[in-house]
Unconditional design. Structure first.
Length: 116
């Protein structure tokens, strides 16, 4: 089970930190990801991190602004979002997948709104 929180309303240039609390399984062989979906658009990949090694991957649109991290003791994944832009407005979802599989566990989504 994945529980995301931390969304809200922020002005352009501001920051937010999203959290995703994971439970119900051992995640050591998993990849944790953040995705987002803006109104009228397809869901898109934002960032991912391997649970064991902490290897990260980012969409080009967020590189240098967003940072994904995990706290293995708390079973929580974070997405630190800085220099937010209005085009970052979306519902953000955390997700999990085994190394060899597709994302098959999804959190409920948290709304991020960036005003200009």
């Amino acid at each position: 089970q994945l529980q995301a929180c931390g969304g809200g309303l922020v002005q352009a240039g501001g920051s937010l930190r999203l959290s995703c609390a994971a439970s119900g399984r051992t995640f050591s062989n998993y990849v944790m990801g953040w995705f987002r979906q803006a109104p009228g658009k397809e869901r898109e990949f934002v960032a991912s991190i391997t649970w064991r090694s902490g290897y990260t991957n980012y969409a080009d649109s967020v590189k240098g602004r967003f940072t994904i991290s995990r706290d293995t003791a708390k079973n929580t994944v974070y997405l630190q979002m800085n220099s937010l832009k209005p085009e970052d407005t979306a519902v953000y979802y955390c997700a999990a997948k085994h190394f060899a599989g597709n994302y098959d566990s999804w959190g409920q989504g948290t709304q991020v709104t960036v005003s200009s």
